[in-house]
Design a protein around this ligand. Structure first.
Ligand code: PRP
Length: 213
């Protein structure tokens, strides 16, 4: 798939981010037909012929935008903090899909002085967090359901997203440290910002206004 001259492609994380993005997009007069939303199409046309949506795994959103296949992207800050590429700007905090990146674990892990084993899929953020505190930890990479790790003794604690806190509670875990607040960001391909400057600046302004509402 190539970037098309007269089409702007917006890559969006599937799931909760995509669902919450729909109202922001509606504020920009961009809507998707219900039958397309119900289906499994990943490349969606919209009410505006010049705009299409690419609905993909969150971790792929920055990559599609970095390579300019999508000029714009909507993705969580948690994903951007793990992304080690370049070539993207992050001009707008869209204020959707809000949650917190936290260290959590069993009560026993709270205040423990031994070297902790930390299970997470947020390796970079976790490394940065503990390095900033001068605390050495052992990291265990997982891809999901992190809450199980302390329950089954794989790790002392986890670094994961917490929204309502229900998943922690349901697994007998407690929040230990708040690392940072997370929300979705609008990202833009840097080269496209030069080539399609007027179009993309208009989008950025419209997203800013929609996010402020
Ligand atoms: C996220 C996160 C927690 C849960 C927190 O998982 O990893 O498991 O949501 O939400 P809560 O505080 O409201 O309970 P998600 O469902 O996004 O799936 P994941 O396991 O793939 O990360």
């Amino acid at each position: 798939m190539q970037a098309e001259k007269n089409v702007t492609t917006i890559a969006i994380s599937k799931g909760r981010v995509f669902e919450e993005s729909l109202s922001l997009l509606a504020a920009l007069d961009i809507t998707v037909e219900q039958r397309d939303l119900d289906g499994r199409k990943l490349l969606l046309t919209t009410s505006q012929p010049g705009i299409r949506l690419l609905v993909i795994r969150s971790r792929d959103v920055p990559t599609y935008v970095q390579y300019g296949v999508a000029e714009l992207g909507i993705v969580g800050k948690d994903v951007l903090m793990e992304f080690d590429g370049d070539g993207i700007y992050e001009p707008v905090d869209l204020g959707i899909a809000k949650c917190r990146l936290m260290v959590a674990g069993s009560e026993a892990a709270v205040g423990s002085s031994r070297r902790l084993r930390v299970a997470t899929k947020y390796i970079r953020s976790t490394q940065r967090h503990f390095a900033a505190k001068g605390q050495q930890v052992e990291l265990i990479k997982l891809y999901g359901s992190m809450e199980l790790a302390p329950v089954l003794g794989l790790a002392d604690c986890i670094v994961d997203l917490v929204a309502t806190g229900n998943t922690l509670k349901a697994n007998g875990l407690v929040p230990i440290e708040h690392i940072t607040d997370i929300s979705c960001r609008l990202i833009v391909n840097k080269a496209a910002m030069k080539i399609k400057s007027a179009t993309l600046k208009t989008f950025i302004e419209q997203f800013k206004r929609a996010a402020e509402k």
